[in-house]
Ligand binder design. Structure first.
Ligand SMILES: C[S@@+](CC[C@H](N)C(=O)[O-])C[C@H]1O[C@@H](n2cnc3c(N)ncnc32)[C@H](O)[C@@H]1O
Length: 296
């Protein structure tokens, strides 16, 4: 439970269950915008399923589907899902693609709170999900947008400041770095390989308040057939925000590098004191004893 989110609420188990249930409602709501969608005979993938916080509530849908799979880099969570959550099957994957799945073998994939943490391999994973989706298959992904920048980036939201921006790039998992996305950026970049069916900048897994940005954004997309490369998806767009957002991301990275340098210097100083401290102490004691005429 801890691995899939900071469940530091008073009642950890209730918090975990409620968020899982609310995420199910949001998935069903998102799919209501896909007019031809139904679950019968479909193959579904929960990418980054963790311990099945969301899958565990999808029993009715799994009964109608042909297969309901999950995958995650965390082998312990995957094992737990396989031992405890029937009829779901999970498998593990590496930090970079591929998934152990055939081309075009999935009709609907969703990634909840996963692209919110992917940095180096983000484009590779987007294209890997594109590969495993059947032509016309759907991908639902949540992202950190206007409802999350205060909390995650400690900055007021501005679409001109955020495109795809990594926060805490060097932070180890738990839950690793965060990635902020703007709606314009998703449309411009992910929208090259997917038709954007519906995008909402906030409100996933919560009851959204009108005009009050809260929680994760979400985007339901439909695969546009054809091979795409990372370079094609990543190439800068003509959007007027592209340049200011890139410059702002750069400023933030430089500040993070400076902070890391500072931490490194502090570590160096403490290591060098630990290495030479005892010797210096011994020399000091010896000098004192000599001064007192004791040279033993
Ligand atoms: C914040 S949790 C969300 C879990 C689940 N989707 C949910 O909403 O409850 C992010 C999950 O993504 C997984 N993850 C991170 N990088 C991944 C990758 N490259 N491939 C698959 N899973 C990944 C983590 O291990 C973790 O279980």
């Amino acid at each position: 439970m801890q691995r899939v989110g900071l469940v530091g609420t008073e009642d950890v188990v209730a918090g975990y269950r409620n968020l899982g249930r609310a995420s199910r409602r949001s998935i069903l709501h998102a799919l209501s915008h896909a007019p031809d969608w139904d679950w019968d005979g479909k193959r579904v993938l929960d990418f980054g399923c963790g311990s099945g916080r969301v899958m565990r509530h999808m029993g009715a849908e799994a009964e109608r589907a042909e297969a309901y799979l999950g995958c995650d880099i965390d082998a312990t969570s995957v094992e737990w899902v396989n031992n405890n959550l029937t009829p779901f099957r999970a498998f593990d994957n590496e930090h970079a693609p591929p998934l152990k799945l055939e081309d075009g073998s999935i009709d609907f994939a969703y990634a909840l709170s996963v692209f919110t943490h992917l940095t180096d391999h983000s484009y590779d994973w987007l294209l890997e999900l594109h590969r495993v989706l059947a032509d016309g298959g759907y991908l639902l992904a949540t992202f950190l947008g206007p409802g999350m920048s205060d909390q995650v980036a400690k900055e007021k939201w501005s679409a001109a400041k955020f495109g795809q921006t990594f926060v805490g790039y060097a932070r180890p998992w738990d839950p690793g770095p965060d990635v902020i996305h703007s709606a314009w950026w998703i449309r411009e970049h992910w929208g090259r390989a997917f038709e954007i069916v519906r995008l909402r900048p906030w409100g996933f897994g919560i009851r959204p308040e009108p005009r009050k940005p809260t929680g994760h954004g979400w985007v339901l997309m439909r695969k546009i057939p054809g091979p795409y490369t990372v370079d094609e998806i990543a190439a800068p767009s003509d959007d007027p925000y592209e340049l200011p957002a890139a410059l702002h991301a750069n400023e933030r990275y430089l500040a993070e590098i400076a902070e890391l340098r500072h931490e490194l210097e502090a570590m160096r100083a403490s290591v060098s004191w630990r290495a030479t401290g005892p010797l210096r102490k011994a020399q000091e004691i010896r000098a004192n004893r000599r001064a007192q005429g004791d040279d033993a």
